[in-house]
Design a protein. Sequence first.
Length: 159
Amino acid sequence: MAAGYMRALSGGAVEVRSGGSEPGDQINPMAITAMAEEGIDISQAVPQLMTTEQVKDSDVVITMGCGDVCPIFPGKRYEDWELPDPRGRSIDEVRPIRDGIKARVEVLLAELSDWVGKREDREADNRPVAMRQSQSAELRAHSRFGGTAPVDAEHPDPQ
């Protein structure tokens, strides 16, 4: 759900990748329904394993309860979003989870936007900018239940 929101809310400005340490065999049907209510189609998403290399290539990693399973690399921004697992829940139970994810994605996107604005100010002043050449942020996800969690892979810290 987070990857779906980040794709939609960023208007394509953020490259999104998501996966899990133990991905399921399908996207949760209630998550698909809940996101469809928001006008976001995640029905074509396929659960994937998030590799150590993908995490290593990220600058910001958002996890959802993966604990010691998630690799930790220096210089990355990590956030653990404690959210209930939507698996096995009714649509009425999934909606508040969806809404919580949306709120977190909106905050992350605002932080990324602030960081990009500050980066552009530094570039205008010809000051060094610690970032890769790509202009777009990347979003990666790591989730214990095969859902999605946003991860910005371009910006170590929006401060």
